[in-house]
Design a binder for this molecule. Structure first.
Ligand code: NAP
Length: 249
């Protein structure tokens, strides 16, 4: 018996990295999984690899109209959700003094507005006793140079999990946060850093982690499965850090 038998899960940003690994894990545990993203070709490829039980929907989380349209499509098809993983996010780095309004808006539109309206617009198709998870980051608990905007977005959604939990607890809905440390995913290649600088950055970052390495998407997916399933039935408004001790010891 799987931990998510007869459950339907949606994962935003599910074509890549942590979202994709979580989709795989949820499928192995018996869920039907809908992955969303902004690039149909990438979603198609991901669903082909995920196999039976997986499907995709295109929705850019930075555009509220696209999230509303997604919710409407699910409603029209009679699909209701037991697990929502608001995972889609972007990360770019710039010193506070050089961060432009566009840079700020891009991050907040995806990482905060996207998460907020994913939860709000999907609510009519979210079942009672569902589990909602937000992918934040341990950057919210530390001060990294060049990460002021990204870190502020992640700090914002950590509180959202608490407030939303307070408002939704009467329906048995739990909202929790996963905060990864450095995890090896394509997010770093999207920064546009030259390969050599990226290698140096990765080595420097890993050396600061007590476990002396990056984590894997599978290790984050394990935490996502725990929060998605009834194994975490008395955990609400909380945060699990998956960071090899980076922010905890
Ligand atoms: P990733 O492989 O780049 O995955 C991010 C996913 O979000 C991709 O599918 C991406 O689509 C999607 N996405 C981005 N903007 C979107 C938008 N506007 N609408 C819909 N989908 C969008 O990176 P990841 O590391 O797995 O990141 C997943 C989450 O973990 C993010 O919220 C990130 O902040 C968080 N996180 C990651 C780390 C880490 O070290 N990797 C650490 C802490 C927190 P495309 O493929 O089209 O870009």
């Amino acid at each position: 018996m799987g931990k998510l038998d007869n459950k339907t899960a949606i994962i935003t940003g599910g074509n890549s990295g942590i979202g994709f690994a979580s989709a795989k894990r949820f499928l192995e545990e018996g869920a039907q999984v809908i992955i969303t993203g902004r690039r149909e070709d990438a979603l198609k490829e991901a669903v082909a690899e995920l196999g039976d039980g997986a499907r995709y929907e295109v929705a850019d989380v930075s555009k509220v109209a696209e999230i509303s349209a997604l919710a409407q499509r699910l409603n029209d098809q009679g699909i209701t959700l037991d697990v929502v993983f608001a995972n889609a996010g972007i990360a770019f780095f710039a010193p506070l003094a050089e961060s432009t309004e566009e840079f700020f808006d891009n991050h907040f539109n995806t990482n905060v507005k996207g998460v907020f309206f994913t939860i709000q617009k999907l609510l009519p198709v979210i079942n009672d006793n569902a589990s909602i998870m937000i992918n934040a980051s341990i950057v919210a608990h530390k001060g990294f140079e060049g990460a002021s905007v990204y870190s502020a977005t992640k700090a914002a959604v950590i509180n959202l999990a608490k407030t939303a939990s307070r408002e939704l607890v009467s329906r048995g809905i739990r909202v929790n946060v996963i905060s990864p440390g450095p995890i090896e995913t394509p997010i770093y290649s999207k920064i546009g850093m030259p390969e050599e600088d990226m290698d140096n950055f990765a080595k420097a970052m890993a050396s600061q982690v007590p476990m002396q390495r990056f984590g894997t998407s599978d290790e984050v997916a394990g935490a996502a499965l725990f929060l998605a399933s009834s194994d975490s039935s008395y955990i609400i408004g909380d945060e699990i850090r998956v960071d090899g001790g980076f922010s905890t010891i």
